[in-house]
Design a protein around this ligand. Structure first.
Ligand SMILES: Cc1ncc(COP(=O)(O)O)c(C=O)c1O
Length: 391
């Protein structure tokens, strides 16, 4: 009955864990949720006030399909200010979140017969975005000791005449890895030689802790085939407002806008006004959140590395750590996979995480530190207790 297209989509592992956690909570269990993919801070007040005013001022109707001119101009000015990138409004599309922009871009460029490179561990949506177009996701391994940068021999061996795109996501979900400029440059060079599109998902661009973020397009000699994706979601704690944007070749942007216009009409009008305030207004809350996340990253990495048999490199960005627990796993042991470990933590300790298996990172578990200091401490105490039980 259903189309083949739907059959190509896998159910979200993150949502399965959320459902299980909700079930436990309903039974009165005190659940600690470290599976979240969104900041635990409120949306800054200046942005909330701008949204309230937008309603009173009548910004409550359809806008142009690809977003308002004012917001496109604000996104262009933001990319100039923060990333030193020069885009004009016609090279920008405003979407219902960065995810929506990425989905549109995959639909606009990929089709059956194409191959698209995805670096593993990957954000769960990338393979689905690609396979729903009929194209084939090709997974390339990364080096966990080097911020999950590509293993270049593997990448080179997988590029061929069918390769149409490469998806870069630095800082990364789920690893938090931030690639060096050298690694990004190597990817750009390989792509340019072969005329391959590079998608740079930069939704965590404001959350880097060890060095300032450098946008992929900034490093590209010629940006023609680089598409940049950014978002208000993580930077301004605006996940529910659904505003993200893409920038790049104006013909691709136009095609993405055409598809968007026939699927969602336009992004939310009130959120678009609020996003102008987010991108152009006071940025001090962003700096505050970055500083708080950095403290938590240092705490969680330090605690993890004090636990026997756990290997946890310090990720340069986002709000995830992706430690390796494979020394606790084995065919004849109670815990065989990271799914087993994540389920054990949930069922025995009421700590919600996401197993690395879902992200193509066997042996690892993703912990989000977008949680209070108290929750983090309690969860890490419980993890320590768990590992002693499983040793
Ligand atoms: C790597 C990555 N890209 C894109 C997104 C999409 O975010 P949004 O659609 O809220 O902008 C997310 C959200 O979790 C993400 O982790």
């Amino acid at each position: 009955m259903l189309s083949d297209r739907i059959g190509r989509i896998t159910p979200s592992a993150t949502l399965a864990m959320t459902a299980k956690a909700a079930e436990l909570r309903a039974q009165g269990v005190d659940v600690i949720n470290l599976s979240v993919g969104e900041p635990d801070f409120p949306t800054p007040e200046n942005i909330r006030l701008a949204a309230k005013k937008a309603i009173d001022d009548g910004h409550t109707r359809y806008t142009p399909g690809g977003g308002t001119m004012d917001l496109k101009k604000a996104a262009a000015a933001k990319m100039k200010r923060d990333n030193d990138l020069d885009y004009s409004p016609e090279e920008i599309l405003i979407s219902c979140g960065g995810k929506h922009s990425l989905y549109n871009a995959c639909q606009a460029l990929f089709q059956t017969g194409d191959e698209v490179i995805i670096f593993a561990p990957y954000w769960v949506s990338f393979p689905d975005f690609v396979s729903v177009t009929g194209a084939k996701p090709i997974f390339v391994s990364t080096d966990s000791n080097r911020q999950f940068e590509p293993v270049f021999d593997d990448l080179k061996g997988k590029l061929n005449s069918r390769t149409k795109g490469i998806i870069v996501n630095s800082p990364s979900n789920p690893t938090g890895g931030v690639w060096s400029d050298e690694a990004v440059l190597k990817v750009l060079e390989l792509a340019r030689e072969r005329g391959i599109w590079v998608f740079s998902d930069e939704c965590y661009e404001q959350l880097t802790y060890d060095r300032p973020f450098v946008s992929t397009a900034m490093l590209a000699e010629d940006c023609e085939k680089v598409l940049t994706f950014q978002s208000c979601s993580k930077t301004y704690a605006m996940t529910g407002w659904r505003i993200g944007y893409a920038a790049g070749d104006k013909n691709v942007i136009k095609a993405m806008g055409k598809l968007q216009g026939q699927s969602t009409s336009c992004p939310n009008s009130i959120s678009q006004v609020a996003a102008i305030e987010a991108l152009s207004g006071d940025q001090s809350e962003v700096a505050y959140m970055r500083q708080e996340f950095k403290k938590r990253r240092d705490y969680i990495v330090n605690r993890m590395n004090q636990m026997d048999g756990v290997s946890c490199n310090s990720p340069g960005g986002a709000f995830y750590v992706f430690p390796d627990f494979s020394s606790y796993m084995g065919d004849n042991r109670k815990i065989r996979t990271s799914d087993d470990l994540s389920m054990y933590l949930l069922e025995q300790k009421a700590v919600v995480t996401v197993a690395g298996d879902a992200f193509g990172g066997n042996g690892h578990v993703r912990f989000s530190y977008a949680a209070s200091d108290d929750d983090l401490k309690r969860a890490l105490d419980l993890l320590e207790e768990t590992l002693k039980e499983l040793a």
